[in-house]
Design a protein around this ligand. Sequence first.
Ligand SMILES: [Cu+2]
Length: 337
Amino acid sequence: MADRFVLKPGRWNRRAFLTAGLAGAGIGAGAIALNGLNRSRASPRVTVPPIPATEAAPAGINPLTFLRQFDYGTVTRENGRTVREFRVEARTSAIKLNKATSFITWNLNGQVPAPTFRAMEGDLIRVIFYNRAGHSHSLHFHGVHPAQMDGVRPVRNSSVFIYEFEAAPSGVHLYHCHVAPVTRHIGKGLYGMFIVDPPTPRPPADEMVLIMAGYDVNDDRKNELYAFNGIPDFYMEHPIPIQQDQLVRLYVLNMIEFDAAATFHLHANMFRVFRTGRSLQPDEETDVITMGTAERHILEFSYHHLGKFMFHPHQDAIAEAGCMGMFEVIGSPPAKS
Ligand SMILES: [Cu+2]
């Protein structure tokens, strides 16, 4: 059954493009949703402080932009149901991790992490996956779906596969390449977050994605560098501005290979944990949570004190190798009389 979705290499004629719905679409160009069809979870009551101007990170990746970027797909209705179509292209490209290290990544749309897909529980998800990376990859989603959509079957270079399934259950999920060796395919950057919103919306908040990952830069099956959202130490050099006394909702994922687990620790605060985002009620309150590889949670907190506050795994060797960042709490401007 899945075969009907596969276009073999060498069949990239116009008809194939039309069949796949890709004609003139400019893959990866612009499904980042800010239009009225997609409910922004951030209500007008949420103040997102302006992002400081930074020189764009190499390869056009700016972790400050990535943080709050949710891809709701291109929305249509089919048979009374909301369909969200995502178009992604696997590529191979170099990313400069720091002044000394350039790293060949396997990525989607040129970015590491891959786009954050977001849907409502029950929506039909359609991911048009075009592999132009030079070798086989796949997209394996966490969540519930039929076996033929499980994404463990390699999609060859220059072919396309369409993953289609219902978004379920609500929670924070992930997707990643499942071609062996998976450590290498994830370690080189083929992973992203998949958020399924519950029917009852969560309260308004400043929502952000933080994905922890490692880089094995010398192929010794250990990580030499680590990062939040792709670039080591980026949020140390460019702290994330947040508003004083405003609810922050972090969607956090541990995507670190080779290390069995990492914690997430927030300075000078406590956060509520919604494990795997599966409930509207918090499971616990703490300031450090342990996450095995592929574990992910929603964490909620707000800061009253102004200033800069660090966050990092408390495996300090991981933190000191790049997986560290800061929030900068900004006060409200004085009210005009
Ligand atoms: Cu792969």
